[in-house]
Design a protein around this ligand. Structure first.
Ligand code: NAD
Ligand code: UD1
Length: 348
């Protein structure tokens, strides 16, 4: 099998690439490296070489907005009798705050980039797709746990682009109900790192999200963790989220591929989370007890656009994909810390 993995050099994509290659699946990564380092590819190669694995990894430095690049990938693959069987599409922009400041960039990259991809896939008759959607589409609700039929009401341009992409999938699949196979995976909060410590999350600039900020406080790159509110309607007053180990999330993609290979056509929207909610204080406590690090923190006012609680109902992923998350919060903390300690400055 041969998979085109867009955004394969990013945080989530690099972990999926590694799992696919370990499983003996050929991978073509298309990435513009706008939010990732080419060093990621060296790390993937190092890991697989150390395991004496034979694998086929091709890297294409290109932009999903450039249709010629996409067409060439499909054309060359067919010409070489190695056609692309499935696309896993992760390339895109993901900062909520940036999307508020520069919405057109987000519509351009996320929506038009995906449209280009779908056009190329149709032209070259590749009809299987796994897509990276987000729990952010559920908006400002804290009716938990959230199942896939939860109200869709994104409150920022980033979330709106994900909804627009899911709408494209609806229309496309309705236009020919027997042709396309699409799993749109709605991720909750992917965190942690590969246990080898070779690949992990390396945000550019100051991290927006809790987990990378916390590990950077632990390593001394940031001074104090700011807790955005201790007056939420939760047991300890801090916000509750669904943190899923990045390897569990990556395994969800392999399960999706197996599912797509087992059926004739589908359009499924599927939550990928741990199915459990943890508060900010619980995360800090777990991190401190697992790693022995102390995390200085201060209580700040609530962050705009936050909700008290957000965690997934993952029954659909369990039944349909036969997948369930296996790793604990302790493993998340240990693997995340291992990555941060081995790479205090990320990939640079
Ligand atoms: P990431 O930024 O680490 O990875 C995205 C990759 O896409 C990067 O390597 C970047 O260089 C590449 N890219 C960006 N624009 C591109 C373009 N125009 N053409 C080609 N490549 C391009 O982000 P991630 O955390 O790995 O997220 C991957 C996907 O999952 C994104 O679509 C994101 O919206 C979605 N998602 C992420 C999270 C999360 O918490 N990380 C949650 C929900 C959904
Ligand atoms: C954020 C985004 C969401 C996106 C998700 C994954 C916002 C408002 N939401 O969600 O759209 O899908 O990331 O990329 O940006 N926290 C702190 N201090 C920090 C950082 C976070 O207390 O420095 C708290 C937050 O208030 C929240 C929890 O930690 O309660 C988790 O925050 P975060 O990691 O940013 O994830 P989300 O809020 O789920």
């Amino acid at each position: 099998m041969r998979v085109l993995l867009t955004g394969g050099s990013g945080f989530i994509g690099s972990h999926i690439a590694l799992l696919l290659l370990e499983r003996g699946i050929d991978v073509v990564i298309l990435d513009s490296f706008t939010n990732s380092s080419p060093n990621v590819i060296n790390r993937i190669n190092t890991y697989l070489d150390n395991k004496y694995l034979k694998y086929k990894l091709e890297i294409i430095n290109g932009d999903i907005r450039d249709k010629k690049t996409l067409d060439k990938i499909f054309f060359d693959s067919i010409k070489a009798h190695k056609s692309i069987d499935i696309v896993i599409h992760l390339a895109g922009l993901k900062s909520v705050s940036e999307s508020v400041v520069n919405p057109l960039l987000y519509w351009d990259v996320n929506v038009l980039g995906t449209l280009n991809l779908l056009l190329s896939m149709k032209e070259y008759e590749c009809f299987s797709l796994v897509f990276s959607s987000s729990a952010t589409i559920y908006g400002l609700s804290d009716l938990v746990p959230m199942a896939e039929d939860h109200n869709i009401s994104p409150i920022n341009p980033y979330g709106k682009t994900k909804v627009a992409i899911e709408s494209m999938f609806y229309d496309l699949c309705n236009s020919n109900i027997n042709l396309w196979k699409i799993c749109s995976l709605r991720y909750f909060n992917p965190v942690g790192a590969h246990p080898s410590g070779l690949i992990g999350e390396d945000p550019i600039g100051i991290p927006n999200n809790l987990f990378p900020f916390l590990t950077q406080v632990a390593i001394g790159r940031q001074k104090t963790l700011k807790i955005f509110g201790d007056d939420w309607d939760t047991e300890d007053g801090s916000g509750i989220r669904d943190y899923i180990h990045i390897i569990d999330l990556a395994e969800g993609h392999l399960a999706s591929i197996d599912y797509l290979n087992s059926i004739d056509s589908c359009l499924e929207f599927i939550n990928l989370g741990s199915g459990k909610g943890y508060s900010v204080f619980q995360i800090i406590n777990q991190f401190e007890s697992s790693t022995g690090c102390q995390i200085p923190f201060s209580i700040e006012s609530r962050r705009d656009g936050d909700v008290a609680k957000c965690y997934a109902d993952i029954s659909k992923a369990k039944t349909l994909l036969g997948w369930s998350p296996k790793r604990s919060l302790e493993e998340i903390c240990l693997d995340g810390w291992n990555w941060q300690m081995k790479n205090p400055n990320g990939y640079s």
